[in-house]
Design a binder for this molecule. Structure first.
Ligand code: NAD
Length: 256
């Protein structure tokens, strides 16, 4: 999908979690194209390092950090390393997430529940905590949290996922109110169906299922990861200075 929008983020430092694939990868690349130094974080060091190598070869200042966002200690270390290397953190996109198994709520195990809540909700909370401690010191910063259309309405069979994504919006809005006066803007995005590895787990890789899903979208197609990245970069920009505590649906009209 061609974009006619560009940003100048020279001198900025952007952190993306879950940066090895899908939306996180597209967003990390978009920050790099805009000239930012990029911190790539994820729970799969090999994949993160591969992306870091590619971006560095194109002249981007990069830092690859292995981090399980569900671990507060690892997140604390991720932010400490970022500051050690780049000295500040301008933009953070808290993107890392997992899908829950498609099943009735009564069939979901406690371990499955804990995993989804641990990554999708506590992971975002852990990241925000240490990002905010740094951004308060700097006196500025932008945080974007990844929710979902599953955070705006119920998702049959995916109650843990949906619950985690609804909660991300509560966290986003409450913190946005706390930090608005301190020069820190916090927003959330709510993607619809996006062509990524996660979407493959929902469709089971079936083209027929994907075609049926696309029919549910008013725009009659899936979003591309780059279209989600575009919105993240816009929310970081001086074009969005009074956008605070919002939940931006990027879903081809599906939740309208
Ligand atoms: N694809 C969609 O249709 C869709 C729709 C709405 C929201 N989302 C959200 O977008 C975000 C990105 O998902 P995606 O679609 O690009 O899928 P994806 O599976 O490609 O990306 C998720 C990334 O998060 C990383 N990750 C998983 N657990 C982690 C952990 N504990 N710590 C650190 N990193 C971890 C994975 O390694 C992966 O790189 C997720 O939060 C997802 O819920 C996706």
């Amino acid at each position: 999908m061609d974009s006619d929008v560009s940003y100048n983020y020279q001198g900025k430092v952007a952190l993306v979690t879950g940066a090895a694939s899908g939306i996180g990868l597209a967003t990390a690349k978009a920050f790099a194209v805009a000239g930012a130094a990029v911190v790539l974080a994820g729970n799969n060091l090999g994949d993160i390092q591969k992306v870091a190598k590619e971006l560095a070869e194109n002249g981007t200042q990069v830092l690859a950090i292995e981090c399980d966002v569900a671990s507060e200690d690892q997140v604390k270390n991720m932010i400490a390393k970022t500051i050690e290397v780049f000295g500040k953190l301008d933009f953070a996109y808290n993107n890392a997430g997992v899908m829950s198994r498609n099943t009735e709520t009564s069939d979901l195990t406690t371990d499955e529940w804990n995993l989804v809540i641990g990554v999708n909700l506590s992971g975002v909370r852990n990241c925000m905590k240490y990002q905010l401690l740094q951004m308060k010191q700097q006196g500025h910063g932008v945080i974007i949290n990844c929710s979902s259309m599953g955070g705006l309405r119920g998702a049959k069979g995916l109650s843990a996922y949906s619950a985690s994504k609804f909660a991300v919006l509560g966290l986003t809005r409450s913190a946005a109110l706390e930090y608005a006066e301190q020069g820190i803007r916090i927003n959330a995005i709510c993607p619809g169906f996006v062509h990524t590895p996660m979407e493959q787990t929902v469709s089971g890789g079936s083209l027929d299922v994907l075609t049926e899903m696309a029919k549910m979208v008013p725009a009659k197609r899936f979003c591309e990861p780059e279209e989600i990245a575009d919105s993240v970069l816009w929310l970081c920009s001086s074009g969005a200075t009074m956008v605070i505590g919002q939940s931006l649906a990027i879903d081809g009209g599906i939740t309208t």
